[in-house]
Ligand binder design. Sequence first.
Ligand SMILES: [Zn+2]
Length: 232
Amino acid sequence: MFILLKKRNILIGLLVVALTVSLCFAVTATATSAYSVPKMGKTVVIDAGHGGADGGVVGVTTSVKESDVNLSVARSLKHFLKTKGYDVVMTRSTTDGLYGMTTKNKKLKDMQERKKVIEKSGADLVVSIHCNSYPRGDQRGAQVFYAPGSEDGKVKAEAMQSVLCGTLGTERKAMSGDYFILQCSAVPSLLVECGFLTTPAEEKLLVSASYQEKVAYAIFTGIHTILGEEGV
Ligand SMILES: [Zn+2]
């Protein structure tokens, strides 16, 4: 009787273990299928402009740092791109600049490091995120810049600008701009000025999380227009 009972207990024990293991596998399989996104096979470098000692433009009414707005937009953009299956490389993921505490020429080191990240990435596109300034405080709207003399850059910038105009309601035009980030590598590169932190009404929008997400989604749509299957 004792032996029989022991055998029954062992059998029940084995059944419980088998059931637990199969349940674990089921949960893992469900989790994997829920979160795996088909890969686009394309890599985008997101460059959140400024950071660390270099805050960029200062908001005219809130004193917000451009570097912080750029980072928020960059993080949302990364989320949208990853969700669609793009590979993403960030030049910076924190509020710090790309240098050590004791670095002497911080700006130079920062730009050199961004160039290194871009060159190492094997990316299909670089998108640098910034906010604009203008002394008069009456300018508004997102604007896209491309490397001077780059026909390919112009086509891509105009495609991005068209999406930004349609989704954010601006009438600005894509322009060439003599920016380091646009010319520091062979990777096609665009610079997006998300709006003017020196225009109070637009600054109010740019500091809000919902508008930052809206801008990020517009830039994501522009990138997908450029790099998607029907890309320009
Ligand atoms: Zn900037």
